[in-house]
Design a protein around this ligand. Structure first.
Ligand code: DC
Length: 221
């Protein structure tokens, strides 16, 4: 049986960085499910659709074939054969992904793909509803969080390094807005599963956070 580790938490808590390096060290596959929601947003925005328009988005889903490929251990997201991994990392797509992720048809559309990867591989899967909905039987569930200010400051640094022209205030507003969206939607809202371990990384650096996650997984093995 494959080993499934679910890591959920709000945007910017460090889930992807931590999960990716822990997975690399343990020989697990790291699955970033947010990239799937981002790829749907990317396609729909490219077609000129409003990501809040439930009917318009649902109507576009049959045109989308999202795919995750693992190239030298790194996840790449493909949409209809095009590698969109880098293009989906903009603030516009972040907000679009948050919008489309509130649409039940979108969640349903991406559900099987996530289940299948977890059934076939030892995975560390990160998202918002992995422990609560996608992998309720995961052997380990971690809810990773940090204060909104700390998460915004990490994301601000990341975007600035990439040359994106944003202010800290804009990033903080974005983080707060996405938190609100993700926690208040009707379907699969972001929340800590009852059996998840809470890990607050506000005063931990990446290395310390990663060590804690690896220690928890090693206990399982
Ligand atoms: O993790 P991320 O920032 O790349 O996710 C982008 C958006 O997708 C986020 O605002 C919420 C949504 N999402 C979700 O609803 N469920 C998941 N399992 C992963 C992401």
């Amino acid at each position: 049986m494959s080993i499934n580790v679910a890591i959920d938490g709000p945007a910017g808590a460090g889930k992807s960085t931590i999960a990716k390096s822990a997975a690399g060290e343990l020989g697990f596959i790291y699955v970033d499910t947010g990239a799937l929601y981002r790829s749907v947003a990317y396609y729909c925005i490219g077609r000129g659709a409003d990501t809040k328009d439930r009917e318009a988005i649902a109507a576009l889903l049959p045109e989308i074939t999202p795919e995750l490929r693992f190239i030298e251990g790194a996840q790449h997201v493909f949409v209809n054969g095009e590698d969109v991994s880098d293009k989906i990392r903009t603030p516009e797509i972040s907000m679009g992904a948050s919008n489309v992720s509130a649409i039940p048809a979108v969640r349903e559309f991406l559900f099987d793909l996530q289940k299948k990867i977890a059934a076939e591989n030892n995975v560390i899967m990160d998202g918002r509803d992995i422990g609560t909905v996608v992998l309720p039987n995961a052997q380990l569930k971690i809810f990773l969080t940090a204060s909104a200010e700390e998460r915004a400051s990490r994301r601000f640094k990341e975007l600035s390094e990439k040359g994106e022209k944003v202010t800290f205030e804009e990033v903080l507003e974005d983080v707060n807005k996405r938190d609100y969206n993700d926690m208040h939607r009707d379907i699969a809202p972001l929340r800590q599963a009852e059996d998840a371990v809470l890990l607050d990384t506000t005063s931990l650096d990446l290395e310390q956070s990663k060590e804690k996650v690896i220690a928890m997984i090693k206990e399982l093995l």
